[in-house]
Design a protein around this ligand. Structure first.
Ligand code: PLP
Length: 485
């Protein structure tokens, strides 16, 4: 059905007109060395503006995205992103600003970043925030570098970071890149940190505990007082993975419950379109202990002027060129300003209510292995379906036929046949009901005609792919089969 844009090309057709030249015409060869000049024209597609537009609209229709349908991808917070954010990020005064521009001429951008950091401090209860990291995982790395710098300053960087088995998968990867060893801590039957196991592994060689909170089970860790005492006894720090902060806004401030380092995922919690590799922003907030080590440059306010400060002797240095992904910072700033403190709290309340509503609607049809009340997401097990010869993967693929994005599956690893659902706060009850009805309908299909689920999807542009082959030998010229329905 859909053609490649190259296949639509027609010699001489074009969708642009260039203005008359206002300078004397020169030959390209007088401007560029001969060896860099093409011998033949690039074979670019020659199409009209109309064709180009339709082509890309058609492609966007073949794909799934949040502007098209429900996207309950657990741990990813695929919520609706207000379009006003895009307007603000596209403001020429912001998006045409060159990062090498002088401080004097960048006061608007600097004040926006300064204020955003102030808001994040207020939201998190932490003492200072850097906006530089470009993603959640980058924030983790920056946070771990701060932890290392802190311990080094005390005379010993230590060797281990403890990570519960319900943590996000990027945590152990970041730990390794930061030169630490990750040591896994078990969860108890409620999905909380198993304190006995924590005690067993905690010692003077522990640099920090790295806690995803709420965990990837969507469960809030309630034993922080005990955990903090244990950490303090050995001089270890508490890192909190705050990518799931959309469960906590206005309800819990990590800085108030003993957290030393926290990364935010602005692109998730504070609404930037994300997925497919970015862009993102993963600011890091720290407690008093770690302020001296934050990256440079820092944005300082002196009277009404904003300055960049580079002279910070104990700083870990730069971790991104310039100040990070500025346009994501603009979106987060607008989102926070637009909602205010009451609005942000409602974000979290709605995220939690939506998740719990959906969980209740489905609980008689799937297994909930960890019984604690979830926050913004929950994890079912598809193990009962497996007994009928249908896997979680089959269920996920069948959901695509009904126009839903699949939940996150097979993660977290501690749940067999995991189905991780995060509805987010931006969905209506009607959408949640439609999704729940569809999930239940698929369980009926599994009873009556399991093959239709096993062979799904049937209505998407491509059917079930060999996913390993698709990654290792991508065939970008595959034939689209007819889209039915
Ligand atoms: C998404 C996520 C991350 C990683 O964030 P990226 O921006 O994708 O690097 C880390 N931790 C948790 C809990 C997450 O949900």
């Amino acid at each position: 059905m859909a053609k490649l844009i190259f296949e639509m090309s027609s010699e001489g057709r074009k969708g642009y007109t260039l203005p008359k030249l206002q300078v004397p015409e020169k030959k390209v060869s007088s401007l560029i060395s001969e060896k860099f000049i093409r011998k033949n024209f690039a074979r670019l597609p020659q199409v009209s503006e109309n064709e180009a537009l339709r082509h890309f609209i058609e492609l966007s229709r073949l794909n799934h995205h949040i502007d098209k349908g429900f996207y309950p991808l657990g741990s990813c917070t695929m919520k609706y992103n207000p379009k006003i954010n895009e307007d603000a990020a596209n403001n020429p005064g912001l998006n045409s600003l060159h990062p090498m521009q002088s401080e004097e001429l960048s006061q608007g951008a600097l004040s926006l970043m300064y204020e955003l950091a102030e808001y994040l401090k207020e939201i998190s209860g932490l003492k200072e925030v850097t906006l530089q990291p470009a993603a959640g995982a980058h924030g983790e790395l920056a946070g771990l570098m701060l932890i290392r710098a802190y311990h080094e300053n005390q005379g010993n960087p230590r060797e281990n970071i403890l990570i519960p088995d319900s943590a996000h998968g990027t945590n152990p990867a970041s730990v390794t890149i930061a030169g630490y060893k990750s040591v896994q801590i078990k969860s108890d039957e409620n999905g909380l940190v198993d304190l006995e196991d924590l005690k067993k592994h905690l010692d003077e060689n522990t640099a920090a505990l790295m806690l995803t909170n709420p965990s990837t089970l969507g469960i809030f860790e309630t034993q922080l007082q005990e955990i903090n005492e244990l950490l303090e006894n050995v001089g270890a720090l508490l890192y909190m993975d705050g990518a799931n902060l959309n469960a906590l806004l206005g309800i819990v401030r990590p800085g108030d419950i003993g957290v030393d380092v926290l990364h935010f995922n602005l692109h998730k919690t504070f609404s930037t379109p994300h997925g497919g590799g970015g862009p993102g922003a993963g600011p890091v907030g720290v407690s008093d202990k770690l302020i001296d080590f934050l990256p440079v440059p820092k944005i300082k306010k002196e009277k009404d002027t904003f300055k960049l400060e580079y002279n910070v002797p104990k700083s870990i240095g730069r971790i991104h060129s310039f100040y990070g992904n500025f346009s994501v910072l603009v979106r987060a700033y607008v989102y926070i300003r637009m909602l205010g403190s009451k609005g942000l709290k409602r974000v979290s309340e709605n995220a939690i209510i939506n998740a719990n509503y959906l969980k209740e609607r489905l609980i008689n049809h799937f297994q909930l292995p960890y019984k604690s009340t979830p926050m913004h997401e929950f994890v079912f097990s598809g193990s009962k379906l497996k007994e009928k010869g249908v896997s979680t993967l089959d269920l996920a693929k069948r959901l695509l036929d009904y126009g839903f994005h699949a939940p996150t599956i097979y993660f977290p690893l501690i749940v067999n046949e995991a189905i991780m659902i995060e509805p987010t706060e931006t969905e209506t009850k009607e959408t949640l009901d439609k999704f729940a009805d569809t999930m239940i309908q698929i369980t009926t299909e599994i009873e009556e005609n399991p093959d239709i689920v096993r062979n799904a999807p049937h209505k998407t542009p491509v059917s079930r792919l060999d996913e390993v082959k698709a990654i290792k030998e991508p065939d970008i010229r595959f034939q689209f089969k007819k889209v039915t329905g």
